[in-house]
Design a protein around this ligand. Structure first.
Ligand SMILES: [Zn+2]
Ligand SMILES: [Zn+2]
Length: 273
């Protein structure tokens, strides 16, 4: 094959850029985790979440779900980085102000798709059973999740969540053109870390308060009953806009905020798995 032909293929199916993004995400995530560990409150939160995860992993059913997800994660990662992202990436620079616009657009368009999928398909709506409630029920077995429970799922749910995310990137490529590799690295890490953090056991008096604590608390309210609100994942904007903010009050709450904080070992709190 001629080098011109090879070059055309690499410009269209830019697998080298996709691999670059994959490696950069892995490295930046590790460096970021090491940097966060330097902050005492965050380090304590990590210990609490890791200890809780360890206790949960001692339960065979829990471990089995994690192993099942790990297997499928390899497949989903292969499809995303091997087939979809190579058509969405470039190293061509853009004007500087385009980068923040793209980051916010990718995350907020995804969150809009996720909000409605979560609300309409995964949960019941008045007078109607959520068609994918049976699948989402796996994730909701964790009434008081820890960080690792972000991945306690039916793998089909994982496919839907990741699918919505890459579909958002692919659709927005039609609007913005191909995204710079750096943009995909930044938004991927944000998407991943926000999802993980929403499940963090987080005591605002011990670790850090404000927005960071609120995001984790609000998702814990969502887990504490199956029919509450807080359906979005990146921010609570859509829950605020569409009237589904849930502060964990009222009937159906299985683990209250007070109960959560009263326990030292969070693994003692009830789960159904
Ligand atoms: Zn849910
Ligand atoms: Zn969750």
């Amino acid at each position: 094959m001629s080098s011109a032909f090879n070059e055309t293929i690499l410009q269209t199916w830019a697998i080298h850029l996709s691999l670059l993004a994959f490696v950069a995400i892995a490295l930046a995530s590790r460096l970021g985790a090491a940097a966060v560990r330097l902050v005492p409150g965050f380090r304590e939160a990590e210990v609490l979440n890791k200890e809780t995860a360890k206790a949960k992993l001692a339960k065979p059913a829990y471990l089995e779900n994690m192993m099942w997800n790990r297997k499928w994660h390899f497949v989903f990662t292969g499809v995303i980085f091997g087939i979809i992202l190579p058509f969405c990436l470039t190293l061509e620079p853009d004007v500087w102000w385009m980068y923040p616009v793209q980051i916010v657009t990718i995350l907020m368009v995804y969150d809009f798709f996720y909000y409605w999928t979560h609300r309409m398909l995964f949960h019941d709506t008045p007078g109607r059973v959520g068609p994918l409630k049976w699948m989402h029920a796996t994730h909701h077995r964790q009434l008081n999740p820890c960080r690792m429970d972000s991945g306690y799922l039916n793998p089909l749910e994982s496919a839907i969540g990741l699918g919505l995310y890459v579909l958002t990137i692919a659709l927005l490529t039609l609007v913005f053109g191909r995204f710079h590799v750096g943009m995909i690295v930044v938004t991927w890490i944000a998407f991943q870390q926000i999802n993980l953090h929403n499940h963090d056991l987080w005591d605002r008096d011990r670790f850090a308060g404000g927005y960071i604590a609120t995001m984790a608390e609000m998702h814990h309210h969502h887990h504490s009953r199956f029919t509450g609100g807080n359906f979005a994942t990146i921010t609570l904007l859509y829950d605020w806009m569409f009237g589904t903010l849930d502060y964990g009050k009222g009937p159906g709450v299985k683990v209250s905020q007070e109960e959560r904080l009263a326990k030292q070992s969070q693994a003692e709190l009830p789960t159904e798995a």
